[in-house]
Design a protein around this ligand. Structure first.
Ligand SMILES: NC(=O)CC[C@H](N)C(=O)O
Length: 364
């Protein structure tokens, strides 16, 4: 038997993403090439993409992407959707046959809007209604998983290397102004279709390299607000934490980053009084949102991207800029693969977000 030190298990996960700040949409070929160059960071047990701007002709409708284990799960979900949503379209998500992609579930998408009557009866905002519906399907309908629920955006993911998953989902045929991608080496679970990254909710999508040791604390906290963690991967909590802090609690990106990747107490103690009180309050109020363990993440949303490292930068994250494009990835090579001569390349500091939005006035 090989002993420790004699065997190398390549692990890491890879993340990559970019935004065009003018909202120019480009094909998925680049993001596939970028993530594929980091092949040895994954092990073929998960790959996926998030793309913004892909459904311009149906951009006012929520695009629900679903995995179904069987026809019964699909029928049960459609019964639920018919009772709660107006359905513009129901169609199979187009795929190609790829020999390495096996045991794919049924992949389907629906373009939906909550029924006015349901919104009135439940007194929920449209977005809360959608979130609660996603949680209901994922936790109550056996064999059905909503893995994407935003407008004019979509996640595509599964078990396999990302370049094969990209081929499978015909990623090259979509055009987006923001792309993110993930190659997975699962840390705590065997790797299944729902557990691949990105994790999404509404327009938020997240790809992650690392391991969240505060998963239990984070998910118990999220449960109090009605979120249900059903996808069995630690990263899922991050998608819901961002939805809670940014959308529901309306915190700024800066404060949200400080809640998730909080500065050390010793650093807080060295700040001036006003800053110290602010940082103490964030740590006290949002103690259960603190994400412990190593991480580098890219959060995508309709207006931009946010890349963030844990406070001591235990996972790699590089950023670069050229013209209207900003890139972030686990490795510089992944950026140079699709941007030969960046104007600027930098290593973001731990806990300091790289936050890039569409230029003012850009309508997508
Ligand atoms: N190797 C990694 O970075 C894994 C990311 C995450 N913990 C997962 O299981 O998917």
């Amino acid at each position: 038997m090989l002993r420790e030190g004699q065997v190398r298990i390549p692990s890491g996960c890879a993340i990559s993403g970019f935004i065009n700040k003018k909202g120019v949409r480009i094909s998925g070929t680049d993001i596939i090439n970028s993530i594929a160059i980091m092949k040895e960071r994954g092990n073929g047990l998960g790959g996926g993409f998030a793309a913004y701007g892909i459904y311009p002709d149906r951009k006012d409708w929520y695009a629900f992407h679903l995995f179904f284990d069987d026809i019964k799960a699909k029928e049960d979900t459609e019964h639920f959707l018919n009772q709660n949503f107006e359905i513009l379209e129901s169609e199979v998500i187009p795929t190609r046959k790829v020999s390495s992609i096996q045991n794919a579930p049924i992949v389907w998408r629906y373009f939906v809007k909550p029924l006015e009557k349901k919104l009135r009866d439940t007194e929920k905002t449209e977005e809360d209604f959608v979130v609660d519906s996603v949680m209901f399907i994922n936790s109550q309908i056996k064999g059905a998983y909503v893995f994407s629920s935003g407008k004019n955006m979509g996640a595509f993911k599964g078990v396999g290397y990302p370049e094969d998953i990209g081929e499978f989902f015909r990623i090259d045929e979509y055009k987006a102004y923001i792309w993110t991608a993930h190659s997975r080496f699962p840390t705590n679970t065997p790797g299944w279709w729902g557990g691949a990254h990105p994790f999404t909710l509404l327009d938020w999508s997240i790809v992650h390299n690392g391991e969240i040791s505060s998963y239990g604390t984070n998910y118990r906290y999220l449960e109090m607000f009605g979120y249900k963690c059903t996808l069995r991967t630690d990263t899922e909590v991050m998608a819901y934490l961002f939805d809670l802090l940014l959308r529901r609690h309306k915190l700024s990106v800066e404060i949200t980053a400080k809640a998730l990747a909080a500065p050390f107490w010793s650093v807080i103690d060295r700040q001036n009084e006003q800053e110290r009180e602010k940082l103490r309050a964030i740590r006290a109020v949002y103690a259960s949102c603190l994400v412990n363990g190593p991480f580098s993440i890219i959060l995508g949303f309709s207006n931009g991207i946010l890349a963030l490292n844990d406070r001591i930068k235990l996972r790699p994250l590089v950023a670069a800029q050229k013209g209207d494009f900003v890139y972030v990835a686990s490795e510089e090579a992944a950026i140079r693969e699709i941007c030969k001569d960046p104007e600027k390349v930098w290593m973001p500091k731990g806990g300091e977000p790289v936050y890039v939005t569409l230029d003012e006035g850009v309508v997508v």
